[in-house]
Every structure is written in structure tokens, then in C-alpha cells.
Design a protein around this ligand. Structure first.
Ligand code: DLL
Length: 432
């Protein structure tokens, strides 16, 4: 196996001993800010309290609300002059969360990111086009510095402007792209509507992450472009991308345990769940100097995958993100995750790239509508064919979520699209 960093090959014991040493450092650094000093004192955790990585559980959780309350610099653990960069998380509601990095933090992050890309088969000979938005969003600079660190020629294409993206791919013979799932299909659809074959592009790998997508979705995009897609997970609070990544096996995402401690807990009680069971991912940054974050409740739902990965790396794997504790919605008493709906929709070849779930209340009861874009070649004039498709989708949705939503078929490119992360659910109920 070719590796980028020797830490990839550490066994469980090596990982754990480094984790313990780094966790102690992280605790000591965290005490440089009043927030963590008070928290740790209240919990009775001093510099020498930790004997094994499991003692981590004695440390209180950090929540999004905590980070918001400390905005902009309450969690700084170094003098402000040490900070070279800040990023904000992409939340669309409420106060922002800011994360500040020292030069060393930025370097460590770039190394981790390069390690991820290398694991997915990216090499310095590749031309890497980053189609993520630059700016506060970490998918821009975070991925960029990783690809540069690896030695790739890195094109900071940014988001949108599909025609220019394709021109850049052709002119510079781009072989690897970083792209958000919602944009990947738009790109393919654009080429097809111009009678061009997406498979004719020189691409071989796409790094796809920042929002959830299903295996069905992956299969579709791979087929469309004739490429391999690797799932990339991360969150601004833990730097951004580079936290979890798929290896060649593509069977779960390895978390780099020399840089992070991952836990999966029951959302209600905070207790650890057994390996293989779904819970909320909790993350601790081990190497960060500027703003160490301890036991952060990510609200992302996943599970540890049991057993060793066939690739030989001992760094534990989590399943693809199955949803968020806060994106589940309840309708007529049923708990539904948007990804369940996507899984059903993407299994229909007729379904296009976009869909929207609308939750409404007509004054009497809650209703769910699912608007689904249909690919041009299937948007025929024969009403019966479309009605049959509509019924088939409604039936399969019912089998999955035990509710029959109203399915509306709409033309491709007619639903609103976001430049960054896709909005999949619009809840206009006033009783939610
Ligand atoms: O989205 C970091 C990132 C950038 C990851 C580019 C990968 C690629 P935030 O904007 O802070 O950071 O959003 C973090 O996005 O808690 C998840 O809910 C979701 N998310 C990120 N990656 C995935 C993924 C970046 N591969 C939040 N699958 C996280 C599902 C993901 N959800």
C-alpha cells in the first residue's frame, strides 16, 4: 500500500498512546481560555487526570450553542497575533461560529488533507480543480492547501459558472475535481443538454462531500462521468474537510485518529453506543493550537463500522453520514430523514438531479409534498406515463417512510438551486 504519512500505518496501540499524549496537550492548551478552564475545573479535570483515552468521557461536551456564545474569539487559546486564518461554519440560521487557526494549525490541516487525497489515489501528477466555494467555507482553502501540499497543480475554480468549469477541465486536462454533490449532477446535465458526453472529459476521480448523498446518487454520478467518487467528511469546527475520508475500499470513512478522537453517543443521554449502532458523532481535535475543541457534538448521525478495513489502516471507520439529529423532521408522528427520500428517488432512472420536500399545514393536518425533477427525455406528453411514474414513486416512498406524500413531477432545472449546500426540505408548518 502506498501511503503519504507513516501515521497511516500505526496499529491500535500506537494510535492510542499518541492519542493520550496529544489529548493531555490539548487539555493543557484548552485551559488557556476561560471557557474551558471553568468547564474543566467544574468537572474536576486537572492536567494529570487522564490515564487512558477513555477518560475523555469525563470531559463535558461542547455544543454549537457554546461556540456561538463564545463568538468571535472567546475560545482563543493563543495570543491573537498567533492567528493566521479564520473560517466560519456554513450554518444558515442563528449566530455564526468562528474557528481561528495558527500557522501550525493550517499546516497540520493541509497535511491531513493531502493524506486523504493520496489515500483516494490522487497523485502529484494530477491536475486538481476545486469547484467548491472559496471564502469562509472550508471546502475552498481547506481542500486547496491539501491538493497543493500533495503537489498537484491546483485550480481554484470556485463554485458555479459551469461553462468556465468545463473549459478549465478541457484546457488544463483536469483529472481530479472536488465538487459538492448537488453541483455534480448539474455539471453532467449541462454537458448532456449541449449534446456533449461527460465521459469524454479527462476526469478520473471526484472528491465529493460537505453534504449527505446516497450510494444510489454516487452510482449515478460515477456512471455519468465514468469516474470514481470518494466521500469526504468534515466540519468547520474540526478544521473542515480532512476529518473522515474513504480509502480505495470505499467501505466507510477513516477518521484520522492521530489528529482526532471520535466517539458515537446516544443523542439523548450522551452515553457511548456499541460499535455498529447509530448515534451522534462527537469529535475532539487533538492537534489544534488556536482553538482546541473538546468533545464537540456534531449532530451528525453515523456508526462505527465493525472490524478492520481491508486496506490495512487501523484508523477507525464511520459509516457515511446517515442524517443529522436536527434534519430529521416529524410528520404525522413519523420520523423522516431526507436521505431516506433521496434513496428512493435516485433509484428511478427517470428522476433528474433535484428534488424538494415541502412540509405544509392546511389548517387541519400536516401534509408532505415531494417535488421531483424529471429528466428531459422522460418528460413526455403522454400523461399516463407520467402518472404511472408519479404513482410508482409515491408507492416506494410509502414503503420506505410509511406515509404517502403527494408527488409532483416537474421539468428538469425548474426547482431552485443553491450555489453552496443544497436545501432539501422546506418546512412552512407553523406548528413544527
Ligand atoms: O462542510 C466541511 C467540508 C467541506 C467537508 C468540503 C467536506 C468537503 P461545514 O460547512 O462546517 O463544513 O459543515 C459541516 O456538513 O456536520 C455534516 O452535517 C455535513 N457534511 C460534511 N461532509 C459530509 C459528508 C464542511 N461527506 C457539516 N456527508 C457536517 C454528509 C457531510 N454530510
Amino acid at each position: 500500500m502506498e501511503i503519504f504519512d507513516p501515521a497511516e500505518l500505526w496499529n491500535k496501540e500506537q494510535i492510542e498512546s499518541v492519542q493520550l499524549a496529544r489529548l493531555k496537550n490539548a487539555l493543557a492548551r484548552a485551559r488557556n481560555c476561560a471557557f474551558y478552564r471553568e468547564r474543566l475545573d467544574q468537572a474536576g479535570i486537572g492536567p494529570d487526570s487522564l490515564r487512558s483515552p477513555d477518560d475523555l468521557r469525563r470531559i463535558p461536551f461542547t455544543t454549537k450553542q457554546d461556540l456561538r456564545a463564545q463568538y468571535p474569539s472567546g475560545l482563543l487559546c493563543v495570543p491573537p497575533s498567533e492567528i493566521v486564518r479564520m473560517h466560519c461554519s456554513s450554518g444558515t440560521t442563528g449566530a455564526p461560529v468562528a474557528v481561528c487557526h495558527t500557522q501550525n494549525d493550517v499546516n497540520v490541516w493541509a497535511d491531513l488533507m493531502a493524506r486523504c487525497l493520496y489515500m483516494a489515489g490522487v497523485r502529484r501528477e494530477d491536475v486538481f480543480q476545486n469547484m467548491s466555494g472559496y471564502g469562509l467555507f472550508t471546502g475552498g482553502l481547506g481542500i486547496h492547501f491539501g491538493a497543493e501540499r500533495l503537489g498537484c497543480m491546483t485550480i481554484p475554480a470556485g463554485a458555479g459558472n459551469t461553462r468556465r468549469q468545463i473549459k478549465l477541465i478541457r484546457d488544463f486536462r483536469t483529472t481530479v475535481v472536488h465538487i459538492l454533490p448537488s453541483y455534480a449532477l448539474i455539471l453532467g446535465e449541462y454537458l448532456r443538454s449541449n449534446n456533449e458526453n461527460p465521459r469524454d472529459l479527462p476526469l478520473r476521480i471526484a472528491i465529493v462531500g460537505a453534504e449527505p448523498y446516497t450510494e444510489e446518487f454516487r452510482g449515478r454520478v460515477e456512471d455519468l462521468f465514468g469516474i470514481k467518487i470518494y466521500n469526504s467528511y468534515g466540519l468547520s469546527e474540526m478544521n473542515g474537510p480532512g476529518v473522515g475520508f474513504e480509502c480505495a475500499e470505499r467501505n466507510g470513512l477513516h477518521i484520522w485518529e492521530d489528529a482526532y478522537i471520535a466517539e458515537v453517543v446516544e443523542p439523548e443521554t450522551g452515553r457511548p453506543v456499541p460499535v455498529g449502532e447509530v448515534g451522534e458523532l462527537v469529535m475532539t481535535s487533538l492537534c489544534r493550537e488556536g482553538m482546541p475543541i473538546l468533545r464537540y457534538r456534531t449532530r451528525d448521525l453515523t456508526r462505527f463500522l465493525p472490524g478492520e478495513c481491508a486496506c490495512g489502516r487501523a484508523h477507525r471507520r464511520v459509516d457515511r453520514i446517515l442524517g443529522r439529529t436536527d434534519d430529521m423532521f416529524i410528520i404525522k408522528g413519523v420520523n423522516v430523514y431526507p436521505m431516506q427520500i433521496e434513496e428512493v428517488l435516485m433509484a428511478f432512472p427517470e428522476v433528474g438531479q433535484n428534488y424538494l420536500i415541502l412540509l405544509e399545514n392546511d389548517g387541519v393536518s400536516d401534509m408532505m409534498r415531494v417535488q421531483v425533477e424529471v429528466r428531459d427525455e422522460y418528460f413526455v406528453e403522454d400523461m399516463r406515463i407520467l402518472q404511472n411514474l408519479q404513482k410508482a414513486i409515491a408507492r416506494r416512498l410509502r414503503a420506505e417512510i410509511l406515509l404517502t406524500p403527494r408527488v409532483e413531477l416537474v421539468e428538469s432545472n425548474s426547482l431552485p438551486r443553491a450555489e453552496g449546500k443544497a436545501v432539501r426540505v422546506r418546512d412552512s408548518r407553523d406548528n413544527k
